[in-house]
Design a protein around this ligand. Structure first.
Ligand SMILES: NC(=O)c1ccc[n+]([C@@H]2O[C@H](COP(=O)([O-])OP(=O)(O)OC[C@H]3O[C@@H](n4cnc5c(N)ncnc54)[C@H](O)[C@@H]3O)[C@@H](O)[C@H]2O)c1
Length: 334
């Protein structure tokens, strides 16, 4: 396959490196408006072709697919043009700026029978895959609730709130694990530093099966947290992505309610057993993600993080932002 990578700022070169090193492509084309960035790529990967105008890629029959890693405002126009030109498309997260654009991309991919995949990188990361396995096998029992924190003293964005910047990853993990569409979302937040750009948000999510989740995202926090706790009726789990080893720990802890046999008998029994850190394979999520994209393009398979899962995340981001800006009013997801 011949693949173009459009946008070689901070993130694009990581995607290009993985495509280059995996040696699964015949031709790689790097495209960016910035000539210096292109020259840097050429120096590092002499066999990669360079191009500054993405429109020219649309007219090339030798290009099968493209990766879009430009600023978010350009995801839709570039991805849409690529799909209409008959290319398979991988778009970085968040897929688009709003759900209308996301719906249009999904429709266009389906109409043209092309693969549309979104860069929900965590869905390809070893700890997240392990957790999916544990949830699906009912190791934790039924999930009561999930609580997630993604906070740090981070880079304040000028054009989007902290929700659009940090929550796409957590929403994508949450929906991937639970394999459900949220029912209701509400959020509270504050623009502490820049007026009208919320830099802290607390988001509440309800799922049709009764599971609830809470997500904290912030660019204004004393230390870096990337922590998820999942509480089931059998066991509990903590996933700490800042740990180098033992990122996932399963706690054999819980509380059971026993019907009293006699009046006044204590009704709750607490269980505190082993804490286990399961074996987790070690591989680069981006390698797995890029290989999956290529495999889907070659075999006509539906990607794990397909356009519809991209749309699901966009709808959740929109709902959280809408609630935050309307006094935490609950937003129902259609
Ligand atoms: N999956 C992840 O974990 C992850 C991590 C970081 C960033 N991202 C996403 O990757 C995307 C890019 O982020 P970034 O931080 O690399 O941004 P960036 O601003 O550093 O890079 C964007 C690049 O796009 C180029 N560009 C702009 N307009 C173009 C055009 N018309 N044609 C070709 N190139 C053009 C710019 O010159 C720049 O080099 C964003 O969508 C971001 O959300 C994803």
């Amino acid at each position: 396959m011949n693949i173009a990578v459009i946008g070689l700022g901070y993130w694009g070169p990581n995607l290009l490196r993985n495509l280059y090193e995996s040696q699964t492509t015949e031709k790689l084309i790097a495209c960016d408006l910035d000539e210096t960035k292109l020259q840097r790529i050429k120096l590092k990967y002499p066999t990669v072709e360079i191009e500054s105008d993405y429109q020219k890629l649309l007219r090339r029959d030798d290009i099968d697919a493209a990766i879009v890693a430009t600023p978010v405002s350009l995801h839709f126009p570039i991805a849409h043009a690529l799909l209409e030109a008959g290319k398979h498309v991988f778009v970085e997260k968040p897929m688009t700026q709003n759900s209308q654009e996301a719906e249009k991309l999904v429709e266009t991919a389906e109409k043209n029978n092309r693969v549309l995949m979104v860069g929900h990188t965590f869905e390809y990361s070893p700890p997240v895959l392990k957790i999916k396995e544990l949830i699906d096998s009912k190791e934790l029992g039924d999930v009561y609730y999930i609580s997630m924190s993604r906070v740090n003293l981070g880079l304040h964005q000028k054009d989007v709130s902290v929700i659009w910047d940090l929550a796409p990853h957590d929403f994508s993990m949450l929906f991937y694990w639970l394999n459900q569409q949220p029912k209701r979302i509400s959020a509270m937040g504050k623009d502490c530093v820049q007026k009208n750009i919320p830099d802290v948000a607390f988001i509440n999510i309800e799922f049709p099966d009764g599971c609830i989740a809470n997500m904290q995202v912030s660019w204004l926090a004393p230390s870096k947290l990337r922590r998820t706790a999942i509480v089931g009726n059998k066991k509990m789990l903590v996933y700490d992505d800042t740990e180098n080893i033992e990122k996932v720990k399963i706690y054999d802890k819980g509380v059971e309610y026993k019907d009293p046999e006699t009046f006044g008998e204590y009704q709750l029994s607490y269980r505190s057993g082993d804490i286990i850190s399961p074996y987790i394979q070690n591989f680069e999520p981006l390698r797995r993600e890029m290989n999956h994209f290529i495999e889907c393009c070659q075999n006509g398979k539906k990607p794990i993080s397909d356009g519809r899962s991209g749309l699901r995340v966009i709808k959740a981001l929109e709902a959280a932002e809408k609630s935050l800006r309307n006094n935490s009013q609950v937003v129902e997801i259609a």
